[in-house]
Design a protein around this ligand. Structure first.
Ligand code: SF4
Ligand code: SF4
Length: 433
């Protein structure tokens, strides 16, 4: 996942701006993706958009062409020196609006086409380059930019937010106490000497179930003041992404934890586990794991005892693209599910070949793309239906929102939940729900 640096660009013509970003991103991998496509078309039916609507615009290679065109027109001395009158205008004509539409609204960066291309052409990384260009040109979806900026602002002004956050955490603490029937339970915040810093998302579902599990596993943990989400990554803006990530790194260093555990969120895991060390050009001074890795380990070593009969309904699992195909967490959720439910059913295809739900890479936050999302989610809806499951587990909030909406749109008759919630339901001794 290479990213440009849109926030520090000088403003200029769209053509100059495009050239500046392309120059920044011309790594060996990007050039390979730009030059390597032989237009065989084999990637077409690897993409959920194409499967839902088989038309040329939905072929990954067609999308990649949008960036290749810019590359051809902006590379080579002849084009640079003499191409401007005829070619540079395509930076305008191509219309950054249409580039933004392709990169943000017609690709979830799921990388299914990438892993299935016989030549390894990484169309997802080209779409990320297109996002960088669009963001620098002010064409990124406004809501994604606002969410990124608001996370940065909270990080820079954390003292202003501290009391409000502590109040919210108190409510979650009260909720957790009720569920475990233990009035002395506390959610630790900023606890020096904690082994683990847990970074969740907003919402009770992201904090209370893990808190219950940490309680039963007797974990020495503390809760982050920040959310794991990183909207800077969705807009492919390395500067914003780094600032959002830096908040968590600073907090972890301050508390001096041994590891940071990311809640059930695909992109947040990818960002901290895989991207941050590259951005900061150094290994982080703590281990980074997803909650699902931790739970799988605790179940395997007997630290958490589960009763699968507590979850008797048929359950299926949706592999989040970021956790599974891109993050390598393919078996951990299955270890958890086999221990926590009585009837686990796979969707096909699954693991690395899982179809994207259609809501990834920030898509669920952009309301005007709801209809596209619903259409792009059709292959996933069909997969779910074919399992006959009554419960669909998604270990990523983006996926969870999308799957809940697909459930309604396509009358799937399922309940969508997270892994930690199912584990809580199965824990021995049982937890009052
Ligand atoms: S991206 Fe790969 S699979 Fe798709 S047309 Fe190009 S070479 Fe073929
Ligand atoms: S990354 Fe995913 S959504 Fe984007 S073109 Fe490839 S298969 Fe389609």
């Amino acid at each position: 996942m290479s990213e440009g640096n849109p926030t520090t660009l000088t403003t200029g013509s769209p053509a100059l701006l495009t050239r500046e970003i392309l120059d920044k991103q011309l790594t060996r991998e990007t050039v390979a993706a730009l030059e390597g496509c032989v237009r065989c078309g084999l990637c077409a039916d690897t993409c959920h958009y194409y499967l839902a609507q088989p038309q040329m615009e939905n072929m990954p290679c067609y999308r990649g062409e949008a960036v290749r065109k810019l590359y051809r027109e902006n590379s080579g001395l002849a084009n640079r020196l003499f191409g401007k009158p005829t070619r540079a205008k395509t930076g305008d004509e191509l219309s950054l609006d249409s580039l933004a539409d392709i990169a943000f609204g017609m690709c979830t960066l799921c990388r299914r086409c990438t892993v299935n291309c016989p030549l390894g052409v990484d169309t997802a990384s080209l779409m990320r380059t297109a996002r960088s260009i669009a963001t620098a040109a002010g064409k990124a979806p406004e809501i994604l930019v606002q969410l990124a900026d608001s996370a940065i602002s909270r990080g820079e002004n954390i003292e202003l937010y501290r009391d409000l956050l502590l109040e919210q955490f108190k409510d979650l603490e009260t909720e957790t106490r009720k569920k475990i029937n233990d009035p002395s339970f506390t959610i630790p915040i900023g606890k020096k000497g904690a082994d683990m810093l847990f970074v969740g998302l907003s919402g009770e579902h992201s904090i209370v179930p893990p808190a219950i599990l940490f309680h039963y596993a007797k974990a020495n943990w503390t809760l982050s003041l920040f959310e794991a989400s990183n909207y800077g990554s969705f807009i492919a803006d390395a500067e914003r992404s780094k600032k959002i990530t830096q908040r968590i790194i600073d907090e972890a260093k301050e508390i001096d934890v041994k590891e940071v555990v990311i809640g059930e969120c695909g992109h947040a895991y990818t960002v901290l586990r895989w991207e941050a060390p590259k951005w900061f050009k150094e290994a982080l001074p703590f281990r980074v794991r997803s909650l699902i890795e931790v739970l799988a380990e605790w179940i395997q070593d007997g630290r958490l005892i589960l009763n699968p009969d507590a979850n008797p309904e048929p359950v299926t699992y949706h592999d989040s693209c970021n956790l599974g195909r891109n993050g390598g967490l393919l078996e951990e959720p299955r270890v958890i599910l086999r221990a926590a439910v009585r009837d686990f059913r796979e969707m096909y295809p699954n693991r690395e070949e899982s179809y994207c739900c259609g809501g990834g890479s920030g898509m669920v936050a952009v309301s005007e793309w709801e209809e596209r999302r619903m259409q792009a989610g059709l292959p996933k809806a069909k997969q779910i239906k074919a399992t006959g499951a009554k419960i669909v587990v998604a270990s990523c909030d983006n996926c969870r929102i999308q799957l809940s909406e697909l459930n309604e749109r396509y009358n799937l008759g399922v309940r969508v939940t997270g892994l930690a919630e199912l584990v809580v339901n199965a824990i021995v001794p049982p937890v009052k729900q």
